[in-house]
Design a protein around this ligand. Structure first.
Ligand SMILES: NC(=O)c1ccc[n+]([C@@H]2O[C@H](COP(=O)([O-])OP(=O)(O)OC[C@H]3O[C@@H](n4cnc5c(N)ncnc54)[C@H](O)[C@@H]3O)[C@@H](O)[C@H]2O)c1
Length: 596
C-alpha cells in the first residue's frame, strides 16, 4: 500500500514553485506554500491566481473548482509552518549551500516520517540529502516548466534513498496525472543533460551574431517542430537559473566545454535581464511575468516592402536535380507562380520527376488543399528538360543534385558558363561548405545556400546561407523569394550544420552517449524529451527516422569542422551503422521496426 499524502509543503514560489503548488492543489492535496518574505509570498500567490484565472477564462477549470483549489493553499512565511506535512518539495534558487541550509532546517521542523524532496535541476541530490539526519527519506522530484502543463517528472533516487520512498513518490506522481521516470543522481538527469548543451550552443550562435534571435528560434521551431525556440526557452527558464544549471553541469558533468556558460548569459544576469520573470531577457515582454513578447530595438522589420528592398526581380527559375528534394522544390516554385525549368540528366529521369510532381499535386487536390485549376496551372508552368543550356535566361537556379562536392562544383562551373549575368545561383546542400561551391564560379557574390527541409512542399523553413562572398543583393533576393514562396527564411553563416543541424545533431549524439552509458533506457529518454520538453519525437525515434548513417555523417562533419571534443560521434552510433542498423529504412536501428 502506497503512503497517503494529504498535505504537502512547497518551499520557494518562483517560476517552478508556484506551478508545483497548483499541481498539488488541483489534485485535491492541501498545500502549505512557503516563501522567504511577505512580498515574495504575494508574488507567488499572484502567479497562482493568474494561472488559475486563465484556466477559468479558457474554460479548462470551473469557477467553483478554482475556488476550491485556492482554498487548499495555506500561504506562509518561514519553514516552521511545515511541521505536519507528509512531503516537502523545495524549489528555491539553484545554490547548493542554500538548499543544504534549507534541508537541515526542514529536517529539524518536519515530522520524522516526512519525505523531503528537492526540485533541483542539476545539483547533487545526494549532497543535499546529507545535510539532514534522514538521507534515506530525501529524493529528487524534478518537475518541468510550466509544472501544471508538462507531463514528465524525473524521480531522482540516490544510493541511500529507501525503496519505499521511491515507490511512494512514484505512486504520488501517478495520482498527479504525471508520467515519471526514475533515475539515479547524475548532473542534469535525463532531460537537462540533453537540453542545456543545446541551449548554451544556441546562445553562443546569438552572441557571435551567427544568426538573429528570431531566426535561431524560428529555425528550431519550424525545422524540428519544437514548441519554442531555444532563446525563448532560456527566457522561460530564467537566465539566472539557466546559468546556475549550466555552471553546475559543467563542474559535475566532466567539465564538458559545451556546458561552460556562454559569457553573455552571466552579463545578462548581472544586468538584471533574467527573462520573462523580469520582463526582459533575449526578448522584451509586456511586463514582468508576462508571456507576451513586445517589439524592441532588435525586432526586425518584416513587411513585404522591407524584404524586397535591394532584391532582384525573379520570374523564371531553373531547378537542377531529380531526387526527392528537387521534386519537392519544383512543386513549391510552380505552385507559387514562378515559371520553372526542371533540368535532369536524361528524358527518362525527367519523366519520373514529372510523374512524382503530378502525383504530389494530385494528393493536394484529393485532400482539398488545391483546386484542379491551380494544379493544372502549376504543371503548366513547368518545362521539363535534360540539358543545362536551357538555363541560359533564368533569373535563379536552385541546385539539388547529389551531396558530393565534386559533382556540385562541376555543375556550378557549367552554370557559370551558361547563365546570364546577375542570376542568383543557389545550392540546397545540407552539409557542404557553400563557399566551396561558390568558388567554382567566377561570380561567388551571386552564390548562396537555400537549404529546404524535407518534404519541401510541407516544411515551412528555408535556411538562407550567406558565404563571406555573398552580396547583399543576392541575400535580399533569396529572402524575398522565400517570402514569396510562403516560407520562413532564416539567414545564417556558412558553417557546418547551419542552424538546425548544428543544434539538433549534437543533442541526438548526446542521447546515444547517455544510452551507451546505461544511465537510462531509449524509451525513458524518448519519454523525457517528449513529455518534459514537448518535443514531437524522442531522440531515438528521430534517429531511426532520419537514418543512423545520415546522422553519423552530419555529426562527423560537425566534429571535423568545429573540433569540439563533445561533438565526437558516439561509438554506439558508429557500431550500429557498421552493423547495418540504419533505422527505419533498414528495418532496424535503435528499435526493431520489422515487428511493428
Ligand atoms: N526554471 C525552470 O525552468 C526550472 C525547471 C525545473 C526545475 N527548476 C529548479 O527549481 C528550483 C527553483 O528554480 P526557479 O526557476 O523556480 O527559481 P526562481 O528564482 O524563479 O524562484 C525561487 C524562489 O525561491 C524563493 N526563496 C529563496 N530563498 C528562500 C528561502 N530561504 N525560503 C523560501 N523561499 C526562498 C525566492 O524568493 C523565489 O521566489 C531550482 O532548483 C531550479 O533548478 C527550475
Amino acid at each position: 500500500m502506497a503512503r497517503e499524502f494529504t498535505s504537502v509543503g512547497v518551499v520557494g514560489l518562483g517560476t517552478m514553485g508556484a506551478g508545483i503548488v497548483e499541481v498539488f492543489a488541483r489534485n485535491g492535496i492541501d498545500v502549505v506554500a512557503v516563501e522567504i518574505s511577505a512580498n515574495a509570498l504575494e508574488r507567488g500567490r499572484t502567479t497562482l491566481t493568474g494561472s488559475t484565472d486563465r484556466a477559468v477564462a479558457k474554460g479548462k477549470l470551473a469557477e467553483a473548482d478554482r475556488d476550491a483549489l485556492l482554498a487548499r493553499v495555506d500561504w506562509q512565511v518561514g519553514l516552521d509552518a511545515l511541521h505536519s506535512v507528509d512531503l516537502v518539495i523545495e524549489a528555491v534558487p539553484e545554490h547548493l549551500d542554500l538548499k543544504q541550509r534549507i534541508f537541515a532546517e526542514l529536517d529539524r521542523v518536519c515530522k520524522p516520517e516526512a519525505i523531503l524532496a528537492t526540485n533541483t535541476s542539476s545539483l547533487s541530490v545526494t549532497e543535499i540529502s546529507v545535510a539532514t539526519t534522514r538521507p534515506n527519506q530525501v529524493i529528487g522530484i524534478h518537475f518541468f516548466n510550466p509544472a501544471p502543463v508538462m507531463k514528465l517528472v524525473e524521480v531522482v533516487r540516490t544510493v541511500v534513498t529507501s525503496a519505499d520512498v521511491v515507490a511512494d513518490v512514484e505512486a504520488l506522481c501517478e495520482r498527479l496525472g504525471k508520467v515519471d521516470v526514475t533515475i539515479s543522481d547524475r548532473a542534469g538527469f535525463i532531460a537537462n543533460a540533453l537540453l542545456f548543451g543545446y541551449l548554451n550552443h544556441a546562445v553562443s550562435m546569438f552572441e557571435s551574431r551567427y544568426a538573429t534571435r528570431e531566426d535561431i528560434d524560428a529555425a528550431m521551431k519550424l525545422g524540428c517542430g519544437l514548441p519554442m525556440g531555444p532563446l525563448a526557452l532560456m527566457d522561460l527558464i530564467g537566465l539566472d537559473t539557466a546559468y546556475e544549471i549550466l555552471d553546475t553541469m559543467y563542474r559535475r558533468g566532466g567539465r564538458d566545454r559545451r556546458h561552460a556558460p556562454v559569457p553573455l548569459i552571466k552579463q545578462m544576469v548581472t544586468a538584471g535581464l533574467l527573462g520573462r520573470k523580469s520582463g526582459r531577457g533575449f526578448y522584451t515582454y509586456e511586463r514582468p511575468g508576462s508571456p507576451v513578447v513586445v517589439p524592441d530595438e532588435h525586432t526586425p522589420v518584416s513587411t513585404g516592402a522591407a524584404l524586397a528592398d535591394g532584391a532582384r526581380a525573379i520570374a523564371k527559375v531553373g531547378i537542377v536535380g531529380s531526387g526527392t528534394m528537387a521534386t519537392g522544390i519544383i512543386e513549391v516554385f510552380a505552385k507559387a507562380g514562378y515559371e520553372v525549368i526542371s533540368v535532369t540528366r536524361g528524358a527518362e529521369k525527367s519523366a519520373k520527376v514529372c510523374e512524382a510532381v503530378k502525383t504530389s499535386l494530385n494528393k493536394g487536390v484529393v485532400r482539398g488543399k488545391l483546386s484542379e485549376t491551380d494544379r493544372d496551372a502549376a504543371l503548366g508552368r513547368v518545362t521539363w528538360s535534360a540539358t543545362l543550356d536551357h538555363l541560359a535566361d533564368v533569373d535563379l537556379v536552385v541546385e539539388a543534385v547529389v551531396e558530393e562536392l565534386s559533382v556540385k562544383k562541376a555543375l556550378f562551373a557549367s552554370l557559370d558558363e551558361i547563365c546570364k549575368p546577375g542570376v542568383v545561383l543557389a545550392t540546397t546542400t545540407s552539409s557542404l561548405p557553400v563557399i566551396d561551391v561558390a568558388m567554382a564560379t567566377q561570380r561567388p557574390a551571386d552564390v548562396i545556400g537555400l537549404h529546404f527541409f524535407n518534404p519541401a512542399p510541407i516544411m515551412p523553413l528555408v535556411e538562407i546561407v550567406q558565404t563571406i562572398r555573398t552580396s547583399a543583393e543576392t541575400s535580399a533576393t533569396a529572402r524575398a523569394v522565400c517570402a514569396a514562396l510562403g516560407k520562413t527564411g532564416v539567414v545564417c553563416g556558412d558553417r557546418s550544420g547551419f542552424i538546425v543541424n548544428a543544434l539538433l545533431f549534437p543533442y541526438l549524439n548526446d542521447a546515444v552517449k547517455m544510452l551507451e552509458a546505461s544511465y537510462s533506457t531509449a524509451d525513458d529518454i524518448d519519454y523525457a524529451m517528449k513529455l518534459g520538453c514537448g518535443y514531437p519525437m524522442g531522440p531515438f525515434e528521430l534517429l531511426d527516422v532520419v537514418g543512423l548513417d545520415v546522422s553519423l555523417a552530419i555529426q562527423r562533419e560537425l566534429y571535423l569542422e568545429l573540433r569540439e571534443p563533445g561533438f565526437a560521434p558516439a561509438p554506439l552510433l558508429e557500431h550500429l551503422v557498421t552493423a547495418g542498423y540504419l533505422g527505419r529504412k533498414s528495418g532496424r536501428g535503435f528499435r526493431d521496426h520489422t515487428k511493428r
